[in-house]
Design a protein around this ligand. Sequence first.
Ligand SMILES: Cc1ncc(COP(=O)(O)O)c(C=O)c1O
Length: 402
Amino acid sequence: MQTRLSNRTQLIQEAAMATMGNLSRKLKAQGADIVTLSLGEPDFNTPDFIKQAAHNAIDQNFSHYSPLPGFADLRQAIAHKLQRDNNLIYKPEQIIVSTGAKQSIMNALFALLNDGDEVLLPAPYWASYYDMILLAGGIPRVINTTIEDGFKITEKHLETSISDKTKLLIFNSPNNPSGAFYSKDEVKQIAAFLKNHPSIFILSDDVYEFFVYKNEKPLSMAKFPELFERTILINGISKSFAMTGWRLGYMAAHQDIARACDIIQGQITSGANSITQRAALVAIEKEPQDIPEIAYMRNEFRKRRDFVFSYLQKLPKIKTILPEGAFYIFPDISGFFGKKFQNQTINNSFDFAILLLNEAHVSTTPGVAFGVDNCLRLSYANSLPELEKAMNRLSAFVEKLT
Ligand SMILES: Cc1ncc(COP(=O)(O)O)c(C=O)c1O
């Protein structure tokens, strides 16, 4: 049979991550002891009080479809959370609960983009944004940043990247994959630029909000009155409460955008999983400082970050900066391009990651997946002993390059 897939399908590709994942599974099946530094999720369990709420929901027969935009009490709790933690005032009607932050983002892109609309996408970027923009008919306008920029954009980057087709900026702080975190002043500068460009919407992806390692809270773009109505705030429970597999995220936006997203997901997935929504309710209702598991995860991640950072700093030809948030570090490994492992030449981040996996049994994600081919993403969502093993293997691997 001749498969005639849609043009839209041909726009997107299997992620480099999937290729790495398949190779890693194959090596594991052959008995290799692979250290995994490629996970995009906390390696911790969901806190017990949240699990208990899900048990209760099953017992109470929350087995029916939920309202399309989510249970009313959950939307109310999210509105309360946004006021309590982020000092933002939303009505529950402005909040749409979805099957993961991923769906919230896709809904927003479908709701906002017309064919040919440009989306400003600072690189390094979370890999899915790029393909999601294409799926929604948009054009990703990648804004390159460097390790010297701290992998952060400024209003100067924006100035040279906008056009009359620019519809949206995707802003993600703390950032996956670089761990970059925008300080209040940096956010203010970007906001000042955006205030002068009233046709640009902002999608602010705050899923790593709880994982900031300096004593500063993230400042949301939605906090600026001139930007409030143009900002689509995205958050979820995957990272904050170690609940990636439960699949729940949400958006808060202008009522018209929220309503459009409600209609879109009503035709695709309906409301999010009802059991998960009951569990999310207890998680979100509680003050984060009253959930010791959050502080525990943050402290563990901080220790691991410090360990990996100081180890990487000692390795030759690797440039790295201290990530201030999330649970990734994004070293520049381009100093090894042109070098060989036995007779295989490393020309790019993909070659480096494949060789590191095949020869040293360390699984990472090549920077090319995030739009920066000079780098490698290491996730430190793994135990300190495993991280130490990975760093020793990485060090031995780079020593063998000639
Ligand atoms: C920046 C960013 N946004 C969104 C998501 C998706 O989160 P969810 O599991 O809620 O769909 C991820 C997951 O890796 C992410 O890194």
